[in-house]
Design a protein around this ligand. Structure first.
Ligand code: NAP
Length: 302
């Protein structure tokens, strides 16, 4: 039975991985309460002591704007930590499963990015994630790096929950409509990771590499919000938001510290072909996640 170590089981993706990875082997968790993730030597010691066959890293600095002013913290979590884990994985002949971002790409044009495309991050966060990807590729022969986009879940801090809270309490809302991508539920990320990992354990290092992981289809943040509101209204939930006051705006009308890519489309051919899977459409995934949120009734409490 494979020994699996999961770092950060409390984030959006980490929480879902904790559920999905359990049937694959003997699962151990390491959270930041157990060890300071910025102390890479301590992390290495703790992970190595468990003699893992698989290390799954769900820890990351995901505060995109804060990274612009706190680059050191972002690089520690997003580059130094993955590098340290990659070194342990290599020593232990283990797999390292890691998550990266659409923000490593420059975001120009309209074509969906392929894994082999030139990277050129627009932000410190994107650059720190790219540094992590490169460090892993250099240090560890068996890795699955999943680049994903617009992560959300029934719990945690994310766009879907923020939009719902705002629409329940406000009459007017403006949302950016000129950034395009695919909203990706943490649950889908965890499930696909497990399916790919199962095959990787059998096929070995030939499937090592970077893969895009997102649902099919595309939308803007405005389109994502629109679909959220349509679904909850269909479920009979009354929103304060007035349809006439729900406005599409451009990125330059909503200035933020970190620059975001306008084009976050991710080409999914590689993951589908390598692992023989079909990625689902983003609409159905949103409905599943909203059903989960509505049934848990925790929207305003956690
Ligand atoms: N969120 C997105 O939109 C998005 C988009 C593309 C790619 N990704 C990538 O997907 C992966 C998973 O993201 P996610 O959405 O699950 O992130 P998340 O919910 O923010 O979770 C991040 C995890 O890292 C831990 N963490 C954050 N800062 C830390 C620090 N300074 N020291 C120690 N631990 C720290 C958190 O611990 P606590 O639970 O204790 O806070 C949490 O468990 C990441 O690699 C991220 O870069 C995310």
């Amino acid at each position: 039975m494979a020994v699996i170590v999961l770092l950060a089981p409390t984030g959006q993706v980490g929480f879902e991985l904790a559920r999905s990875l359990a049937p694959l082997g003997q699962l151990h968790y390491i959270s930041r309460a157990d060890v300071d993730f910025s102390d890479t030597a301590a992390v290495q010691q703790k992970v190595a002591a468990l003699q893992p066959d698989v290390i799954v890293n769900a820890a990351a600095w995901t505060a995109v704007d804060k990274a612009e002013t706190e680059a050191e913290g972002a690089y520690l979590l997003n580059a130094a930590l993955p590098q340290a884990l990659a070194q342990v994985a290599q020593q232990q002949n283990a797999w390292l499963v890691h998550y990266s971002s659409d923000y490593v790409y420059p975001g120009n044009g309209t074509a969906a990015w392929q894994e082999c495309d030139q990277t050129a991050p627009l932000s410190v966060y994107g650059a720190s994630k790219l540094a992590g990807d490169i460090a892993i590729q250099n240090a560890c022969a068996k890795h699955l790096i999943f680049r994903t986009s617009w992560v959300y879940a029934a719990r945690g801090n994310n766009f879907m929950r923020t939009m719902l809270k705002l629409a329940l309490s406000r009459e007017a809302l403006k949302v950016v409509a000129d950034q395009v991508g695919a909203p990706t539920p943490a649950r889908l990320i965890a499930q696909v990771s497990c399916l790919a990992l199962q095959q990787a354990l059998i096929k070995g290092a030939q499937v090592s590499g970077i893969y895009h992981l997102a649902p099919k289809g595309e939308t803007s943040w405005y389109g994502f919000a629109e679909a959220i509101f349509a679904f909850v209204r269909k479920k009979g939930i009354a929103l304060q938001l007035q349809p006439a006051k729900f406005e599409a705006i451009n990125t330059d009308q909503y200035p933020m510290l970190a620059k975001r890519p306008a084009n976050s489309r991710l080409n999914l051919t590689k993951i589908e072909h390598t692992f023989g899977m079909q990625m689902p459409d983003w609409h159905g995934q949103l409905e599943l996640t909203l059903e989960e949120l509505l049934s848990s009734q925790t929207l305003l409490t956690d």
